[in-house]
Write a protein that binds this ligand. Structure first.
Ligand SMILES: [Zn+2]
Length: 329
């Protein structure tokens, strides 16, 4: 492993503005182009740091990790497997070749519940190591039914494991400003939505369609030939729109899956959809600051727009490209 790069993703935060993505994959630059950052070996081995934190023991953390890894592993259309390799005296911030999860007291990060850092082989995009810390300045709970005023640790682990597997943030969710200048979650349709639900809630232990599409895209296991994709362009005055959030909604199943236009031509791809007709909605990313995820300028000056017709994601293929024209605000 000669050329590696360490990346830290500030992760699940309590309340406040942040940078949302639709299911988005972490990228690594390989020979001048971006490739998905993924694990090449399975199972993904991990260690648990022996340190206690937030009144919880390393064994409490191990239990939450085992439940959350099982949740990701249960996705039928993805090949995701983990293996617990033991307790360690190491902390989850050392670049030591070991993927380590543990509690760390970070009072300086007063809104960050946890975060994932990576070591990525820039020749191949392979994730060589990823560490996750959980900020022990917060009160976490491992109670089966949750506890009032405590954040459910399993839910935070599930979100951070999504990062560890190579997923960025999803924008399938809505927030509103609060009087104190932060943001409050109105609704979330993805575990990878970057803002945590309220303390006491345990609803975030379950993966949603957007998460499942993302992980199946990264780790296909050959059973996904039955899914379909939708491709198209978002344009304004004939020009491509960069960084538009495109959400596909299946009115039969209620499923929402999103992605972004990621080229100057305004092109987008929404993959791993259950075949069928979808309503497409295009919206600017104005919930938060997208700057830290999108290098360069993105266009947020347009109105929420629906595609002029429903688009069918065909089984085993992609839709003909659809153009969605948006108007300036
Ligand atoms: Zn996150």
């Amino acid at each position: 492993m000669t050329r590696v790069v360490a990346i830290t993703l500030a992760a699940l935060i309590t309340a406040g503005s942040t940078s949302p993505m639709a299911y988005l994959k972490l990228g690594a630059m390989v020979n001048g182009s971006v490739v998905d950052a993924t694990w090449h070996q399975r199972p993904i081995g991990y260690f648990i740091s022996e340190r206690s934190g937030s009144g919880l023991t390393a064994n409490d953390l191990l239990g939450a990790v085992q439940r959350a890894t099982a949740t990701w592993s249960r996705v039928e259309s993805a090949d995701v497997r983990f293996a617990f390799q033991g307790m360690t005296a190491a902390t989850p911030d050392a670049i030591d070749g070991r993927t380590t999860f543990g509690f760390v007291d970070r009072p300086d990060l007063d809104r960050v519940l946890g975060a994932t850092s990576f070591l990525i082989d820039t020749r191949t995009g392979e994730i060589a190591e990823a560490d996750i810390f959980f900020n022990s300045r917060f009160a976490f709970s491992v109670a089966a039914g949750g506890q009032p005023d405590r954040v459910d640790l399993e839910s935070v682990v599930l979100h951070e494991l999504g990062h560890l597997l190579g997923l960025g943030h999803s924008a399938i969710g809505e927030t509103e400003r609060t009087g104190s200048g932060g943001r409050r979650v109105i609704g979330s349709g993805a575990i990878m939505f970057p803002i945590a639900l309220t303390a006491g809630a345990i609803s975030e232990r379950v993966l949603q369609a957007d998460d499942i599409a993302g992980i199946s895209d990264l780790y296909p296991n050959g059973t996904t030939v039955d899914t379909g994709g939708i491709v198209g362009r978002v344009t304004k005055n004939g020009q491509g729109v960069m960084g538009a959030h495109v959400v596909a909604f299946n009115p039969e199943t209620g499923i929402l899956v999103g992605n972004f236009t990621l080229t100057n031509a305004g092109e987008f791809v929404i993959a791993q959809l259950e075949p069928g007709p979808y309503i497409l909605r295009v919206e600017p990313i104005d919930d938060a600051e997208p700057d830290s995820f999108f290098p360069g300028a993105i266009d947020t000056n347009f109105r929420v727009t629906y595609a002029p017709r429903m688009v069918v994601a065909p089984k085993g293929g992609s839709s003909p490209s659809i153009e969605i024209r948006v108007l300036p605000k």
